[in-house]
Design a protein around this ligand. Structure first.
Ligand code: NDP
Ligand code: 8X3
Length: 255
């Protein structure tokens, strides 16, 4: 179903995006891998080419830079220009401070990446899908787009906004045959917490202490499920939790 389909994955240099690349390459998809760390993308492209014979195109991209997003999409080589599936995944959190003690620079980075960056990429890619009368947009949302937890304030606000944009985009695209999905994971053990705590591995590891988190591959399998439904079926949203996590605020930990 994904054989020779062209897929753009943002945030493909690590975690969920990287896992999506591996899973979709195994299904025969042609991949455009985008992120800021080109070296990582290059290494991943080599690996996917060797392991799956995948066709891969690498784009160094900071989703916060609207002009750069537009240029990157507009200047894709002709054979990469018709994107069938967009996995709009790039995102991050910074800090876990109470709002009244939070760092406005961290807030701006989260809003610029998770909210505005996602919008710039949708705005650049979706018109082509509409013109071609086919396509699928998958946003990586979060349980943080449905619930709020202490210290989550601005990160949760960005993911609540992603949820609203997912629903809004689906309404706006009704009748175009372009599908819109949100995959909303709970705790996934990636570089996410290390980035949130600016390299403090001990604090990052404590997020997953005594429980079994999701893996990036678990999330990629959900993306694959949504992407491989028949054209008349839309997975509108999918909340994917570790069994040890019952809500954003209730995680069962052993010991
Ligand atoms: P990682 O930190 O492992 O990966 C984040 C990816 O986003 C990297 O590839 C990074 O690439 C990319 N990225 C960050 N900022 C930018 C930017 N400005 N421009 C382009 N790419 C960027 O985290 P995850 O894989 O866990 O996170 C992926 C998505 O999943 C995020 O949207 C996150 O909010 C969401 N999520 C994560 C959960 C978790 O518990 N891990 C749970 C629910 C949702 P680079 O630095 O090279 O640019
Ligand atoms: C990432 C999951 O619970 O850390 O979106 O916000 S959480």
């Amino acid at each position: 179903m994904l054989q020779d389909r062209t897929v753009l994955i943002t945030g493909a240099s690590a975690g969920i995006g990287e896992a999506c690349a591996a899973v979709l390459a195994a299904e025969g998809a042609r991949l455009i891998l985008a992120a800021r760390r080109r070296d990582r993308l290059g290494a991943l492209a080599d690996e996917l080419q060797q392991r799956h014979g995948a066709a891969v195109h690498v784009v160094e991209l900071d989703v916060r830079r609207r002009e750069s997003v537009n240029e990157s999409i507009e200047s894709l080589p002709a054979e990469w220009a018709a994107i069938d599936l967009l996995v709009n995944n790039a995102g991050l959190s910074r800090g876990l401070d109470p709002l009244h003690e939070g760092a406005p620079r961290d807030w701006e980075e989260m809003i610029d990446t998770n909210l505005k960056g996602l919008l710039w990429v949708d705005r650049a890619v979706v018109p082509g899908m509409v013109r071609r009368g086919a396509g699928h947009v998958i946003h990586i949302g979060s349980i943080a787009g449905r619930q709020v937890y202490p210290g989550g304030n601005v990160y949760c606000a960005t993911k609540h906004a992603v949820r609203a944009l997912t629903d809004g985009l689906r309404l706006d695209l009704a009748g175009t045959a372009v599908r819109v999905t949100s995959i909303d994971p709970g705790l996934v053990n990636t570089e996410f917490s290390t980035v949130r705590f600016r390299g403090d591995r001990k604090r990052a590891d404590s997020v997953y202490r005594g429980m079994t988190p999701l893996t990036a591959d678990d999330v990629a399998q959900a993306v694959l499920f949504a992407a491989t439904r028949p054209a008349h079926v839309t997975v509108a949203d999918l909340l994917l939790l570790p069994t040890d996590q019952a809500s954003a605020n209730l995680v069962y930990r052993r010991g």
